[in-house]
Design a protein around this ligand. Structure first.
Ligand code: PFF
Length: 469
């Protein structure tokens, strides 16, 4: 192996890096969008069950397998699976761990560029006209191809922002694990939580802004998002279970091959059990505690339920929210810090999508970091151009997010737990997990990882197939 030895420089650093990967657009846009769409109560039941049966077990699986692989000098899922199973086919099983995050990067980074562009446009006052049609602004902003010009580069066009986010991501990925990713996350994560709390306080103190519409107040906004509704009926919908499980994957960044790669840069005796749980808890705080209380309640207060229904994740963030901020006093400031928040959250996530690719290219092709960064940059840039060009259709992005961000993940996640529970075996797996650990994995998780998680994954997946085929 030609790769130089890299490692996280501190325990807090790696926890913040994993939390940074987890906390992203998923927390502030995807989660609220889904919870509102499926009805807060039923969705949350399925969501917490998925957290227990998928999120936490796979998180521990990835931390453990990653550290195990790292000790043997491997950082890519292919290399790690191969080291574990010692079978030629194992390499190919690991390829999804490279493909999925790279594909997600291609469109995730594009939305990251929207966030940066919106932050700047908000600051310049381009998003603060009450009653303006922000759907048109958005269409023009992303408007690749609408007027025959594929890629435009003005303040009101996404182009320049795509270039900037690429430079930012590849600069830090080039600097490496501790000097790049870890350094960014140590600064970005506290900043992100601070900004989110400022926005949350603003939303929770909105009261009833329009006395003519007394129903549109904060409490009703929270109720709209969180009212349990008819939980039993909701839970009968297989699509809801799939969406909840998909959100757990997406939000915690589990099942992608990202955590396994990050954990491979741990030092030999670093704890994995408590660290994994801490990063998970940080994500849940940002998702349910912050994301869940900001986006949808704010939209409800100004626009009522009618303004939210049917908007989808991206519509909510980029069509509805600008309108919401425009109706608030000092809205342009809140809008810009909200979009800065989205941007920061997105950068720490997109960096994590690149690292598995770098590890794969370094190990698979035996090339150096510099060359793998260049190669990955080229590959992803071509992908993002496609996304950019075809993005007029928001539904297309939603659909792509669904197939790669949900369906392919099920396959990868099932492979991961089976390798841990059956390939390595729970006893041996837990022994490895417990080396250097500051807490033990409760025994019940042995049964969960070996039997319940794979069954749960396969059941949800089959239910979904039966519905959709
Ligand atoms: N967890 C990120 C979010 O919630 O926005 C998204 C993400 C990060 C997905 C890393 C996949 C991944 F590999």
């Amino acid at each position: 192996m030609s790769a130089p030895k890299e490692a996280w420089s501190s325990r807090l650093g790696v926890i913040l890096a994993v939390a940074g990967s987890a906390v992203g657009l998923g927390n502030f846009l995807r989660f609220p969008g889904l919870a509102a769409q499926y009805g807060g109560g039923a969705f949350m039941v399925a969501y917490f069950i998925s957290l227990l049966l998928i999120g936490i077990p796979i998180c521990w699986t990835e931390w453990t397998l990653g550290r195990f692989g790292g000790r043997k000098g491997y950082h890519s899922t292919s290399g790690i699976f191969n080291a574990l199973l010692k079978h030629p086919a194992a390499k190919y099983l690991g390829v999804i761990g490279f493909v999925v995050p790279v594909i997600i990067y291609m469109y995730y980074v594009y939305i990251e560029a929207w966030a940066l562009g919106y932050a700047l446009n908000a600051l310049m006052g381009n998003l603060s006209i009450d009653g303006k049609d922000y759907t048109t602004f958005f269409a023009n902003f992303t408007g690749a191809g609408s007027d025959g010009v594929a890629f435009k580069f003005g303040l009101r066009d996404v182009g320049i922002f795509v270039v900037i986010v690429y430079v930012v991501n590849f600069f830090f990925i080039y600097r490496g694990i501790s000097k790049g990713i870890e350094m960014v996350c140590k600064v970005a994560m506290p900043a992100l939580i601070f900004i989110a709390i400022v926005i949350l306080v603003r939303v929770l103190t909105l009261g009833t802004p329009d006395p003519a519409k007394p129903d549109q107040n904060v409490l009703n906004g929270l109720a709209y998002m969180w009212n349990p509704g008819d939980v039993a009926a909701g839970l009968k919908n297989p699509q809801l279970w799939l969406a909840a499980a998909g959100q757990i994957f997406f939000s915690l960044s589990v099942g992608f091959g990202v955590i396994i790669t990050y954990a491979s840069y741990l030092r030999k005796q670093d704890d994995v059990v408590l660290s994994g749980l801490t990063a998970t808890a940080a994500n849940e705080f940002c998702e349910v505690g912050l994301g869940g209380l900001i986006t949808v309640p704010a939209a409800f207060v100004f626009l009522g339920a009618a303004g939210i229904v049917g908007q989808g994740t991206f519509g909510l963030g980029f069509n509805v929210l600008p309108q919401v901020f425009a109706s608030m006093p000092a809205g342009h400031l809140f809008a810009s810090i909200f979009f800065v928040l989205l941007f920061i959250a997105a950068v720490t996530s997109s960096l994590s999508m690149l690292q598995p690719g770098i590890a794969f290219l370094e190990e698979g092709l035996g090339i150096e970091r510099k060359a793998s960064v260049a190669l990955l940059g080229l590959m992803t840039a071509v992908g993002t151009m496609f996304v950019w060009y075809f993005s007029k259709d928001l539904k297309a992005l939603d659909t792509m997010d669904f197939w790669v961000g949900t369906v392919m993940l099920f396959v990868q996640a099932t492979i991961l737990v089976i390798i841990f529970g059956w390939g390595l075996g729970i006893k041996r797996g837990f022994e490895i997990a417990h080396e250097g650990a500051e807490m033990r994995i409760p025994n019940i998780f042995g049964i969960i990882i070996k039997y319940i998680t794979p069954t749960y994954l396969v059941t949800i997946f089959v239910m979904f197939l039966l519905q959709n085929v």
